[in-house]
Design a protein around this ligand. Structure first.
Ligand SMILES: [Fe+2]
Length: 467
């Protein structure tokens, strides 16, 4: 490639004179040059991770999250190289023209020095506070000289109001190459989504900086305007010593806390992986299914007891009802599901099994094995989904209302008063699964199945016929 480029630049003097002929000249000369250097054409060389993901003084990996109330606060985190000692942001109420710039206020960030397997970086994090609810703001981040572009975000209402969010199962592998299209299709379907929820395994190797770089590449500027909520998967935990770092195994990735600013309202030691956020009538809870599951129960009971929101949605990584044979989690089910039942949790969003499986209403010890038509009329709806390219085979169980194999999906969930509408969409945008939950005062939810009339996506017809 280098030889060809060298020769092309050598003939540019000639080719500029007659623009119409330029392409032909280049083409002919280039071909003859390639021929003359036959045997000397260099093979393409992969750009090293250190170079491809090297930070600079210009902010990158910018992401909105919440560490406080979405109606009055907004957190933002970004990365620079370690030459940037002080990060700051500017913020104003968004206006129709550019005059907001002169009205903007500065906020100083907290800066963390971070050594990844690729080198040093600085992560900067701050929370805009005392914001007005239901208001569009415009902000940028930088060091006072090198700035990001101005981006919008909109604060939530304090009251229950209709909103949608996007839920992704595991992205995990080939994230830049094969997950980017899913995020972008989801954005094109739900550009006004209140947030994007990631149910763990955002990346494959917990402390691999290049993979985190790919995750940010895929989300791109969408992460700058739509906040993210994420729960850690097993791949956010280092599996062996020395995997991209010197950290001990079975520890949450060192990237997690510098990268995201999630609430610290969880049990001690599980801050930012176990937390809750209230958004316009829904309480969103992240549990950590990787460690100390039992210790999370008293905290969860308290959070559910004090929950003033009509809707409760919980996310964690390892599913209560596994979608793959041999991966069932009976201990986790015994620990957590009775609590979900007691407090009538509406919806649980999970990952881990790299297939799609959505249940009807499920309650603990009321699993209608082998009796699809005897599903209970009360309980929580459980979803396992996958958004990235890694695919497992499915272990179908009778209570699964809709399943898929070898399919990348994203979900759009809309909460509107007493209705919750759920849609699972294939990476190409087609509707694949849907239901509505109707909240009834003093009663259990009514589940209305709205599965579209499209064939079940299975690896082979025989598997599909065994449903
Ligand atoms: Fe996974």
């Amino acid at each position: 490639m280098k030889c060809r480029a060298l020769n092309m630049s050598g003939l540019n003097v000639q080719s500029i004179v007659i623009p119409g002929l330029a392409l032909i000249l280049i083409s002919q000369t280039d071909l003859s040059t390639a021929h003359a250097h036959e045997g000397h054409v260099h093979e393409p060389v992969k750009v090293a991770d250190e170079e491809a993901h090297r930070p600079s003084a210009i902010p990158d990996r910018i992401i909105l999250t919440w560490s406080g109330d979405p109606a009055t606060t907004q957190s933002v985190t970004w990365r620079t190289d370690d030459s940037v000692a002080r990060g700051l942001a500017e913020i104003a109420v968004a206006e129709d023209g550019p005059n907001f710039v002169s009205k903007s206020k500065s906020v100083i960030a907290e800066t963390t020095s971070f050594k990844s397997n690729l080198g040093m970086a600085h992560y900067h994090s701050l929370t805009f506070s005392n914001l007005q609810p239901k208001t569009m703001y415009v902000y940028r981040v930088g060091d006072g000289v090198n700035w990001s572009e101005w981006s919008h975000f909109t604060t939530a209402s304090h009251e229950p109001q209709p909103f949608s969010f996007v839920y992704f199962g595991d992205a995990q592998n080939n994230v830049k190459s094969l997950w980017s299209r899913v995020v972008r299709e989801a954005y094109s379907d739900a550009p006004k989504a209140a947030f994007m929820l990631h149910a763990g395994d955002l990346i494959n190797q917990a402390n691999n900086d290049a993979e985190w770089g790919e995750w940010f590449y895929a989300g791109g500027w969408i992460n700058r305007s739509i906040p993210s909520i994420a729960t850690p998967g097993n791949h956010e935990y280092s599996r062996r010593r020395g995997e991209g770092s010197l950290l001990p195994k079975n520890m949450l990735t060192a990237h997690w806390r510098p990268t995201f600013a999630f609430p610290e309202n969880g049990p001690e030691g599980l801050e930012e992986s176990v937390y809750w956020i209230d958004y316009q009538g829904a309480r969103i809870i992240s549990l950590n299914s990787n460690e100390r599951q039992k210790e999370q129960i008293p905290w969860l009971e308290q959070v559910l007891t004090e929950n003033p929101q009509p809707w409760t949605i919980i996310t964690f990584h390892h599913p209560i009802y596994s979608a793959k044979a041999g991966r069932d989690n009976p201990e986790q089910r015994a620990l957590w599901q009775p609590i979900f039942d007691k407090y009538r949790v509406d919806l649980v969003l999970q990952g881990h099994d790299h297939t799609y499986a959505r249940t009807g209403q499920m309650a603990y010890n009321n699993v209608p094995e082998g009796a699809a038509n005897r599903s209970p009329k009360a309980g929580t709806v459980y979803v396992v989904s996958v958004s990235g390219p890694k695919m497992y085979d499915l272990g179908r169980r009778p209570f699964m209302k809709r399943v898929a194999e070898d399919t990348q999906l994203y979900q759009i969930v809309t909460v509107d008063g007493a209705k919750l509408r759920y849609e699972a969409r294939i990476a190409t945008g087609r509707l694949y699964d849907a239901f509505t939950l109707n909240k009834r005062i003093g009663q259990t939810n009514e589940l209305i199945e709205q599965v579209p009339d499209a064939p079940e996506r299975r690896r082979n017809a025989k598997a599909a016929s065994l449903r």
